[in-house]
Design a protein. Structure first.
Lengths: 181, 126
């Protein structure tokens, strides 16, 4: 998860030296991964985009404190996760009664009509946010339990049990849909 | 189903994983990522500009240090002046207590002064 191109350190050092273009290159390299981390935590595509933008801005401002020998991606992902969790908390406070019943469709997914997928989206929306984030980060994005724990600020064991419960619940939903269809 | 090395409880359901990947697939369109990158870079650029615009009123660290040293020096000078003044005041107060008082008629007789001069000397001490 934290593999780093050999010249990334040079980019980080240049960015720390004030070269905005070097930081832009880091944005180019990491925005996709940043998006999927955010998307796993927030409820919809728009919030994921907001979280990514916020996170890059935070990262840029905090760049002087980053040690170039560390993995930039891992550091950035923690910032992204924090930004996404912030958005989730703000949404929870502001829109407790207005939460969507289903997870909004991700960008460019045309297969909304599929009954099974719609039921699964519905079930995902009803999962506790942390369990949803854990299963998406692990099963979709391939993060390890320790990395998920670090991203979400929870112990590794909690990430494991969240994954277990999320999978069990979603599997039940899948099998019940399949038996109906 | 795929059993992971992480323990017997954690059994991956390949069908579930496939569906999740479809739901959470990141946008595949390159144009989308280019547009997102432009938005992020624009925000960073605006942030840098804001910082630059804010510089005119900020004081550099060098001048802050010089100011602090000057303020410290002024404090020391003011403190020593205060101490000196207090010492002088207490000396005068001490002198006025320990110096024997001579009444005007005695002083006039001793130093052959007029009564007026002797009164003045007795009052002022000089």
């Amino acid at each position: 998860m934290t593999e780093r191109p050999s010249d990334e350190r040079a980019l980080v050092l240049a960015a720390q030296g004030g070269e905005l273009e070097a930081f832009n290159e880091l944005v180019r390299r990491h925005q996709r991964r940043a998006y999927v981390v955010a998307r796993a935590i927030v409820a919809n595509h728009e919030d994921a985009e907001d979280a990514v933008q916020e996170a890059f801005l935070h990262a840029y401002r905090a760049l002087a404190r980053f040690l170039p020998d560390q993995a930039f991606g891992a550091w950035l992902h923690r910032i992204v996760a924090n930004a996404a969790l912030d958005i989730t908390r703000r949404r929870k406070v502001r829109e407790t009664d207005e939460l969507p019943e289903t997870v909004a469709s991700p960008f460019r997914d045309p297969a909304e009509a599929n009954e099974l997928r719609m039921r699964l989206q519905d079930a995902l929306a009803k999962l506790p946010a942390r369990q949803r984030a854990v299963i998406v980060l692990h099963d979709v994005e391939g993060f390890k339990h320790a990395e998920i724990g670090s991203l979400l600020g929870i112990p590794e064991g909690t990430a494991r049990s969240d994954l277990h419960y999320a999978r069990s619940h979603l599997r039940q939903v899948l099998s019940s849909v399949r038996s109906e269809l | 189903m795929t059993t992971e090395h992480e323990g017997p409880q954690l059994v991956r359901d390949d069908n579930l994983t496939r569906e999740l990947r479809a739901i959470y697939a990141a946008p595949a369109d390159v144009a989308y990522w280019n547009a997102l990158e432009r938005r992020i870079v624009a925000r960073l650029g605006a942030d840098v500009t804001d910082e630059g615009a804010g510089l005119w009123w900020t004081v550099s660290e060098k001048w802050v240090r010089i100011g602090l040293v000057a303020a410290g020096f002024a404090l020391i000078v003011a403190g020593s002046l205060l101490l000196r003044t207090q010492a002088q005041v207490s000396t005068m107060a001490y002198d006025s207590i320990v110096e024997p008082t001579i009444d005007a008629p005695t002083l006039a007789a001793r130093e052959k002064l007029t009564e007026q001069q002797a009164t003045l000397r007795a009052l002022t001490g000089h």
